[in-house]
Design a protein around this ligand. Structure first.
Ligand code: AMP
Ligand code: ZN
Ligand code: FE
Ligand code: FE
Length: 302
């Protein structure tokens, strides 16, 4: 039985392993399939894909994007099989990166007003650590990079404390981030030849299973293709709920660790809350991607 991981991050966004190192770790952990799903960027995909080909690991392109969703919930959407060159996807990525360029200095200004000595230059230098030329270009700098600087400079004693005290909603230096609508994200993923999966439904913070089902039904009507059933945040009850809803709506089931390297030390690549992710889910996902790409080609040639 071989296993896979369909959700992980590299230095192309806020992970601490380079894309090639994530793939090497996948090999070490005996995974047969991998998708790299960095936040708001496709810049790590070429490097990861080349390394996967070298090591004989099946690789699927990926991205993770935050959609508009009412607080305290968070809605993250995963795109798989996307073409990094797609104009629709590039437009969303540009919008999100501009949003980050606007937001990060505002977080820094709030920290400075709290007498925390931190500069945007320090955060940019932190974000460059471990970044190879291949993942270059406009990098999505985010709160984990700011947290790492706060930790290094001794303002906090852990990344978690940096979030709790300063960077999370309700924190002293919190600034909300740019998000796009679910419909815009789903459509861009589809038009780039990809399929769209709802990441870690736990983080929606829905009140109960009825409300969860309502949100997923809305998403199905917008074109959602799958649900992330296995994730490091999901206990057995969440796995059961997500499995039932995936089956009810005919959605793909996926799973991933949400590995971020040392930014989330407790998470191991290839394990979602201690569980492995079955290879069959990877194969079903790839089949759906090839169907989506076939449909796109038929539309294009009409
Ligand atoms: P940003 O893109 O700047 O909004 O930051 C989002 C990233 O911060 C994601 O990778 C999250 O997993 C991470 N994050 C959010 N809350 C926390 C927390 N309390 N502790 C550690 N990481 C967090
Ligand atoms: Zn992240
Ligand atoms: Fe996420
Ligand atoms: Fe993630």
């Amino acid at each position: 039985m071989s296993h896979v991981d369909l959700h992980c991050h590299s230095t192309a966004s806020d992970g601490t392993f380079s894309p090639a190192d994530v793939v090497r770790l996948a090999k070490k952990n005996k995974l047969s399939g991998l998708a790299l799903t960095d936040h708001d960027t496709t810049n790590g995909l070429a490097e990861a894909s080349a390394e996967a080909a070298q090591l004989g690991i099946d690789f699927v392109t990926g991205i993770e994007i935050s959609a508009v969703f009412p607080y305290p919930g968070r809605m993250h959407l995963l795109g798989y099989g996307i073409d990094p060159a797609s104009a629709d996807l590039r437009a969303i990525i540009s919008q999100l990166l501009e949003g980050r360029d606007d937001r990060n200095p505002r977080i820094i200004a709030k920290l400075q007003s709290l007498n925390v000595a931190i500069s945007m230059e320090e955060v940019e230098a932190q974000a460059r650590i471990g970044t190879s030329d291949q993942t270059g270009g406009h990098k999505p700098i985010g709160r984990p990079h700011i947290a790492a600087v706060l930790l290094k400079k001794g303002y906090v004693s852990s990344i978690k404390q940096a979030f709790d005290k300063y960077l999370a909603p309700g924190g002293l230096a919190y600034v909300d981030k740019e998000r796009v609508s679910r419909q815009q994200i789903i459509d861009a993923i589809h038009r780039s030849g990809g399929v769209c999966v709802l990441a870690h439904p736990f983080q929606l913070h829905t009140a109960d299973e009825v409300q969860l089902e309502k949100v997923i039904k809305e998403m199905v009507d917008l074109g959602l293709d799958g649900i992330e059933v296995l994730h490091s945040d999901h206990d057995q009850s969440w796995i059961d709920q997500c499995t039932r809803l995936a089956d009810k709506f005919g959605l793909l089931k996926t799973g991933g660790s949400d590995f971020h390297g040392s930014n989330k030390k407790e998470i191991a690549l290839g394990l979602a809350g201690g569980r492995t992710i079955p290879r069959q889910w990877f194969d079903a996902l790839r089949l759906r991607i090839s169907e989506q790409q076939g449909a796109l080609e038929r539309d294009g040639s009409k």
